[in-house]
Design a protein around this ligand. Structure first.
Ligand SMILES: Nc1ncnc2c1ncn2[C@@H]1O[C@H](COP(=O)(O)OP(=O)(O)O)[C@@H](O)[C@H]1O
Ligand SMILES: N[C@@H](CCC(=O)OP(=O)(O)O)C(=O)O
Length: 269
């Protein structure tokens, strides 16, 4: 039987829109259900879990029956408000099946940067985890414009970077980014079929950044570029980070156990 590594007490798992939705824009209920089961089980194994979930805009686009993801900022923000509500409803339903309680936390980069608000956030996370609740975090898209206006990350601006900031705020031991790809390759496999998976990284170098391209589908944001920003923040804080494929949720057990899955960013010990 697989057992989690002893030192992983607190894990942040970030899941991208590409894993939560299908190409048609519909919810990927298979992945969402599986995610809820694996994270509930991890909690049962004694690991505190925080979920950072994208998907509000993608899910809202389908719910509102819009022909495509909106491009106007206020429409994106309205769409996020609709999609967030639906996403939390589905998470609440799936986690409840495993007798778990979830909470919603919406935040922006300014919240994490401002000393007083960040302290309140930290205290809220601690209290929720003490209560055995699984916090589900997303960017507060309806008040923030950093990411959805530019598609670029400045202070915060995307959920990859946000998840690393949350991992630091919570003092997590590990951050797992679940995407629609097995990890970081030496080129984007969508355009370079011969690209090879990089198994371990100890520093985010300029050469590595040159390998990272943008989002792979209309549903994703940031691609590998923002995942490397997250890796940089984690490495600085001494937090391990793994990029893995969300289509195989069982791999989360192996990642927590320290096995070779996807791409692991870790400081030489
Ligand atoms: N060097 C690379 N290695 C792997 N994937 C890459 C690379 N460069 C760009 N990508 C793209 O990044 C995508 C994953 O990021 P993204 O679309 O933002 O998904 P998510 O919603 O999971 O954040 C992949 O589908 C892939 O096409
Ligand atoms: N906050 C936005 C998505 C942000 C984001 O980074 O998306 P993704 O690349 O799918 O992780 C939303 O919930 O739609």
């Amino acid at each position: 039987m697989l057992e989690k590594q002893r030192e992983i007490r607190r894990v942040v798992v970030k899941v991208g829109t590409s894993t939560l939705t299908r190409e048609t824009g519909s919810l990927n209920l298979h992945n969402m259900e599986h995610l809820a089961r694996v994270l509930s089980d991890l909690q049962g194994m004694g690991c505190q879990v925080v979920l950072v979930s994208s998907g509000a805009i993608g899910i809202g686009t389908k719910k509102l029956r819009l022909p495509e993801r909106p491009s106007e900022l206020r429409m994106k923000q309205a769409t996020a408000a609709v999609g967030q509500c639906m996403m939390m409803h589905v998470y609440d339903k799936f986690f409840s099946e495993y007798n778990r309680t979830v909470a919603q936390i919406l935040l922006t980069g300014e919240d994490v940067d401002a000393p007083v608000r960040s302290e309140h956030l930290h205290n809220t996370f601690e209290a929720l985890l003490e209560l055995g609740v699984i916090p589900i975090v997303n960017e507060n898209d309806s008040v923030s414009s950093a990411e959805i206006e530019t598609g670029q990350c400045k202070v915060l601006g995307d959920n990859d970077t946000l998840s690393a900031m949350v991992a630091r705020l919570c003092g997590a031991d590990l951050l797992i980014l679940l995407s629609d790809i097995d990890g970081l390759y030496d080129a984007d496999p969508r355009t370079h079929p011969e690209a090879r998976l990089i198994h371990q990284v100890s520093a985010v170098t300029r050469e590595l950044r040159a390998m990272a391209g943008g989002a792979g589908t209309w549903r994703g944001t940031g691609g590998m570029t923002t995942k490397l920003n997250a890796a940089q923040l984690c490495l600085e804080a001494g937090i391990d980070m793994v990029i893995a494929n969300g289509s195989n949720m069982e791999a989360v057990y192996d990642i927590v156990a320290g096995k070779d899955v996807g791409t692991r960013f870790t400081r030489p010990r």
